[in-house]
Write a protein of this length. Structure first.
Length: 337
């Protein structure tokens, strides 16, 4: 591709992408998440007190001692037997139990509230953004590379190579990546499933599966065009045809599946972490896991602030990459004049 044609293609691609308002919205959303991810360590080092805002060990709660009585006359210092036994099953009248009072939610100190352990939800959500970016980017890159390699090898060399790769793609297509991650996480490999390993494994399954099937179909269409025959007649070998004629046409479609792979990987990561089958110390899935599994420290029960914030983060982060994928789809789709 000449420099003039490349500049023309880039200008048209930019125009198509910017004309898609949803894609632009997706870019803005990703930028907001990125700013949040890099701002967390800055806030921890400058403004936030580590004892209060550390996403794992911090807490902002007040521990009080209450005397167990049959009938409560002073709620500030007493607690009835029934409620006391929710905190200590063996509590009896005259005993002293400890109660944790959590700060109010949606204040300047805690805009998104706190969880059952008194940890700031905003700090947890921001801290979990960085591992999510690692999962998403590693899944995206792996999906594109594996998908292009499998599709190109199968479409160009055909025969036995194509048959074997097609069977592998079909098998991976019916094996959901989240289910595979749960199987791996439940076994001896659990301690090795870090964010980058999770993203790479997801990318291999996604790239060799659904992405490879679509890219192979696209590659077969390209290889059947007259300019490929002309290149062969001119003496072009397999390397030249693949690098100069096939890959440039596959890259836009691969980029689309790369972005869609991010959405799938983030949802899968949250699902696997929610089940406790991940080595990641903190991500949005583990926030949901802790919100539903930790015993309530007060009478409010489930901390909906933590649960809702983490679920919203997964949804919005995945949706952002999906929206960007719509813009890339417009670039990859031929436009009829």
């Amino acid at each position: 591709m000449s420099d003039l044609r490349r500049r023309s293609w880039l200008a048209e691609a930019r125009s198509r992408f910017l004309s898609n308002r949803l894609a632009v919205l997706g870019v803005v959303m990703i930028a907001i998440f990125f700013i949040g991810a890099i701002s967390h360590p800055i806030l921890m080092a400058t403004v936030w007190d580590r004892d209060v805002y550390h996403p794992i060990y911090g807490h902002d709660s007040i521990v009080t001692e209450l005397t167990v009585v049959e009938t409560v006359t002073d709620p500030a210092t007493e607690i009835d037997v029934m409620n006391a036994r929710l905190k200590d099953p063996f509590a009896a009248p005259g005993d002293v139990v400890k109660d944790i009072a959590l700060p109010e939610a949606f204040t300047l100190a805690h805009p998104l509230g706190v969880d059952n352990l008194g940890r700031d939800v905003l700090s947890m959500v921001l801290a979990a953004a960085a591992p999510s970016f690692v999962v998403g980017l590693s899944a995206a890159i792996t999906t594109a590379i594996v998908g292009v390699i499998v599709a190109t090898a199968g479409a160009y060399f055909r025969r036995g190579t194509d048959a074997v790769l097609t069977q592998i793609s079909d098998a991976l297509l019916v094996l959901p990546a989240p289910l595979l991650m749960v199987i791996l996480g439940a076994g001896p490999l659990r301690d090795y499933i870090t964010p980058i390993v999770f993203g790479v494994l997801y990318g291999v399954v996604s790239g060799a599966g659904a992405a490879a099937i679509v890219l192979r179909s696209q590659a077969l269409t390209i290889l059947s065009r007259p300019f490929i025959d002309a290149a062969r007649v001119a003496g072009a070998g397999a390397k030249e045809i693949i690098l100069n004629h096939l890959l440039p046409h596959l890259v836009p479609v691969a980029a689309l599946y790369m972005l869609l792979g991010v959405s799938g990987a983030i949802v899968a990561d949250g699902f696997v972490s929610f089940l406790g089958f991940s080595d990641t110390r903190l991500n949005w899935g583990t926030i949901i896991f802790f919100a539903l599994s930790l015993p309530p420290s007060n009478s409010d029960g489930i901390p909906w602030e933590a649960l809702g914030s983490a679920a919203a983060a997964i949804t919005l982060f995945s949706a952002a990459f999906y929206l960007v994928g719509l813009g890339v789809r417009d670039i990859a789709r031929p436009r009829n004049n």
